[in-house]
Design a protein around this ligand. Structure first.
Ligand SMILES: C[C@H](O)[C@H](O)[C@H]1CNC2=NC(N)=NC(=O)C2=N1
Length: 97
């Protein structure tokens, strides 16, 4: 299946308005979240991995103790695409707000 192109600046701004927990620019969508423990943070990564594998679209993950820093970017598109927006929505359903 062809992968979607990167969003225009206007499309990106509109997408960010629907993702209040995320910030972003042409380089990616970003969200950080602190979990109750390191193990909880690792478990959250495993849940995110299940979604990522199902979508064949993978986040950049940086874990510092129990704080998870996520960056979503479509490497093949050289920027943020609809796949990143969809992945962000699905990650929000897994993580505490
Ligand atoms: C072959 C496979 O579909 C590609 O390598 C996928 C896998 N997951 C990916 N994830 C992300 N974030 N960007 C990509 O370009 C990408 N490419």
């Amino acid at each position: 299946m062809p992968r979607p192109p990167r969003l225009s600046p206007d499309e990106l701004s509109a997408a960010l308005r629907g993702l209040p927990l995320w910030s972003g620019d042409a380089d990616g969508l970003r969200r950080s979240v602190e979990l109750p423990s390191f193990r909880d943070a690792v478990a959250a990564i495993v849940s995110i991995a299940d979604v990522a594998e199902e979508m064949d679209h993978h986040p950049d993950v940086d874990l510092r103790w129990r704080t998870l820093h996520l960056t979503l970017v479509s490497h093949s598109a050289g920027g943020v695409s609809d796949l990143d927006v969809e992945l962000a929505r699905r990650i929000d359903r897994l993580l505490p707000a």
